[in-house]
Design a protein around this ligand. Structure first.
Ligand SMILES: *Cc1c(COP(=O)(O)O)cnc(C)c1O
Length: 332
């Protein structure tokens, strides 16, 4: 799998660290060693940087001067897209979907505060379940009439090109493991808009890796989520020019037992996991994504999901800025 032929901007300057979670490993008291990959430490803070590395290269190659993207009220993706747009001197317009009714507040902190601080060209609010792609296309038409050349970055940066960020991450991990003589049996990843999950799934197949990949859903039931991941994976396979049958839908693992009532809504397991990572490892997670994924990760260890003696890696995708908008989740 050669990714060098794909243009990127070079936002990922060095591999993110893989570190042992020593205190949590001890605390869990199983014959399982826990590791974390610190993609939260990527510049601009999270997994969207890897996808945007390729997506913004595509935008610039196409001569675009403006980015349009969408996300939830506390979207890390919108904030990170805006951050890179500023550095690249591109305009950035954000369309926000209020997935939880009544959750938008113009004065909210976290990512919402940063949309304003970092100077998004426009911020449009839309109710939950709006057709965000259609709305972004409408916005693009308006901007074209003003003489702009807009580029639409899909929600979460998840399409066949964005997924390059995570097939390249899988390659990065393989190189690190061989350099550090570390064997990893399972990688646990978030499964949301799914560029992360799909990119890793395709790459591990293409590399013939024995590593098992476990996706933890952050919003959807398993069946629906598998369709979402599989669609992005197929687009990605096409971009890579690989054999269509390299990945089957049934190869995908999407666990929905840690979502709770829905996207961004509090679960007790999330709260415990965020607290444990903060207290044991001084690693900050977030309530919407990594807190729920970490809940799953630790619960699977507890329930002997991983085989005895195995090494498991948690992919930390970022999000801690959103933590500060969800103080209420931690106060009781
Ligand atoms: C977007 C996001 C995810 C989910 O990644 P997808 O590729 O959209 O599935 C996970 N964690 C954080 C912090 C995110 O911002």
């Amino acid at each position: 799998m050669d990714l060098n032929r794909f243009k990127k901007r070079g936002y990922v300057k060095r591999p993110t660290y893989i570190e042992p979670l020593k205190n949590l490993t001890k605390l869990m008291d199983k014959n399982i060693s826990l590791y974390v990959k610190r993609d939260d430490m990527l510049e601009s803070g999270g997994n969207k940087t890897r996808k945007l590395d390729y997506l913004i290269a595509d935008a610039i190659e196409k001569g675009c001067d403006t980015l349009i993207t969408c996300g939830a009220v506390q979207s890390n993706h919108c904030r990170i897209t805006l951050a890179w747009a500023n550095l690249e001197k591109l305009d950035c317009h954000l369309l926000i979907e209020e997935r939880v009714k009544g959750s938008y507040s113009e004065n909210a902190s976290g990512n919402n505060f940063l949309f304003h601080l970092m100077g998004a060209k426009s911020i449009q609010m839309h109710p939950g379940k709006s057709d965000m792609m259609a709305l972004m296309e409408k916005k693009a038409e308006e901007l074209k009439k003003q003489g702009k050349k807009p580029y639409i970055v899909p929600g979460g940066g998840s399409n066949g090109i964005g997924a390059l960020g995570y097939s390249s991450c899988a390659l990065e991990i393989m190189e690190q493991l061989s350099k550090e003589s570390l064997d990893i049996d399972t990688i646990v990843v978030p499964s949301g808009s799914s560029g992360t999950h799909a990119g890793m799934a395709v790459a591990l197949k293409a590399l013939n890796s024995k590593i098992k990949l476990v996706g933890i859903n952050v919003s959807r039931p398993t069946d629906v989520q598998k369709d979402v991941v599989f669609k992005v994976a197929q687009e990605h396979i096409e971009v890579l020019g690989l054999d269509k049958d390299i990945l089957k839908k049934d190869d995908l693992i999407c666990l929905d037992n840690y979502v709770g009532e829905g996207y961004s809504l509090k679960t007790d397991g999330m709260k415990d996991a965020v607290e444990l990572f903060a207290r044991e490892e001084s690693i900050l997670l977030d309530p919407v994504y990594t807190g729920k994924v970490a809940d799953g990760f630790l619960d699977l260890v507890k329930n002997d999901y991983f085989k005895d003696g195995s090494n498991v890696l948690f992919l930390h995708t970022g999000g801690s800025i959103a933590l500060f908008e969800y103080l209420k989740y931690f106060k009781d």
